[in-house]
Design a protein around this ligand. Structure first.
Ligand code: 5AD
Length: 368
């Protein structure tokens, strides 16, 4: 048991695992409010009230992985697509013309030559249409060191690879038990990305079946130990026709109450990461909004500073559903821009247009 009170813990400069579990387990509205207020204060102190857009391009849903929670896993019967370089060109030109500082390239995982070559071309195209102005975050899964190096040489400078959970047993319970789905390999990938010089982001799913706040505290300590620059995380959401769906239903994770709990826990994770890690970039993810219409605004209020408006061409959106009830499926990039801008302003933040909005943590660790 932790016999300290919330205010004492929030004003510490270092945090034990016990402190983090205590904060994750806060239950009174008043205490939770104190947590979020402190996180927003730390955001203003170490960053600013500027939020940055990363236009999200989901360019393909082909995937060699079979993660038990994901709607585009290899075994799922969705219609598969791969955009053309011309599509990539259109979306990145739109992002550039609309003063977005960066884009994020995301897709299902593949490691074959054609995929690597397509990704090379996509990176080059984004740089070409923007005269090098658009920053690029990649979210293309586990790759070899040489591939990561190649993409970095082509000037992609941030990489997001969620660890999903750092608990070995939980990891095994949400992935097939084979060498393609290895927690250790994922950790090695994060190390390679750092060595190459990327700004490195990771994150977890929150509220997975059988996940405890003790495990989530270990996840935050892992982010700290790995000296991570960026965090992208969000609630676990049920995805029909996946193996984890039935298990989640049997545990009651589809009830309104359970969804509320996962949203709140995700916001607490954002706030605690802000307070413990201080100067990293943290995204308020689309998944937050899937469970709560005001999820992304609440994320900014809890200390997040990055938003990833979907700029995927509308005709592909319905085939890129990692989970059910994904918002923005019928929207266009123009809708998403207007909608997110008003969300940002509603919490008193502003948008850093035309800026990369790199992680201050990355800059500092490179000065050392
Ligand atoms: N619920 C929430 N997040 C999910 N992801 C995949 N499937 C789900 C789901 N059912 C997340 C994973 C992955 C990211 C691209 O999407 O964390 O890393």
């Amino acid at each position: 048991m932790n016999n300290k009170n919330v205010s004492t813990i929030l004003n510490q400069s270092t945090f034990s695992k016990e402190d983090i579990v205590f904060l994750l387990d806060l239950s009174s509205d008043n205490d939770i409010d104190l947590l979020f207020k402190k996180a927003y204060e730390v955001k203003l102190q170490h960053l600013s009230n500027e939020a940055y857009f990363r236009g999200l391009i989901e360019f393909s849903n082909y995937c060699i992985k079979d993660c038990l929670y994901c709607g585009i896993r290899k075994s799922s019967e969705v219609k598969r697509f791969l955009m053309s370089i011309d599509d990539i060109s259109k979306m990145s030109t739109w992002a550039f013309n609309n003063n977005y500082g960066s884009v994020t390239l995301q897709s299902g995982e593949r490691t074959d030559k054609d995929f690597i070559e397509f990704s090379n071309q996509a990176i080059k195209e984004i740089k070409k249409v923007s005269n090098d102005a658009l920053g690029i975050t990649l979210c293309l899964g586990e790759q070899s060191y040489d591939v990561y190096q190649k993409w970095f040489d082509l000037k992609a400078h941030r990489y997001l690879l969620r660890i999903e959970t750092t608990n070995e047993q939980l990891y095994k319970s949400i992935h097939p038990n084979d060498s393609l789905h290895s927690l250790n390999n994922r950790i090695d990938c994060l190390k390679s990305l750092k060595k190459i010089g990327y700004q490195v982001g990771t994150g977890v799913m929150i509220g997975l079946p059988n996940q405890t706040t003790d495990m989530l505290a270990d996840d935050i300590l892992f982010f700290k130990k790995m000296d991570i620059d960026m965090i992208g995380m969000g609630p676990f959401i049920l995805s029909k026709d996946t193996p984890l769906y039935d298990k989640a239903i049997s545990l009651g994770l589809d009830s309104t109450e359970a969804k509320k709990y996962r949203t709140l826990l995700s916001l607490k994770m954002i706030a605690i990461c802000r307070i413990v890690l201080k100067d990293v970039n943290i995204a308020a993810t689309t998944a937050l909004q899937a469970l709560d219409p005001l999820g992304r605004e609440k994320g900014l209020k809890a200390g997040a500073n990055i938003l990833m408006p979907i700029i995927t061409l509308p005709k592909f959106r319905k085939d890129y559903q990692l989970y059910d009830d994904k918002p923005c499926l019928d929207d266009t990039a123009d809708h998403c821009k207007v909608c997110l801008s008003s969300r940002v302003h509603s919490v008193g933040d502003v948008i850093g247009f035309n800026k990369w909005g790199d992680s201050p943590h990355f800059k500092k660790r490179n000065l050392l």
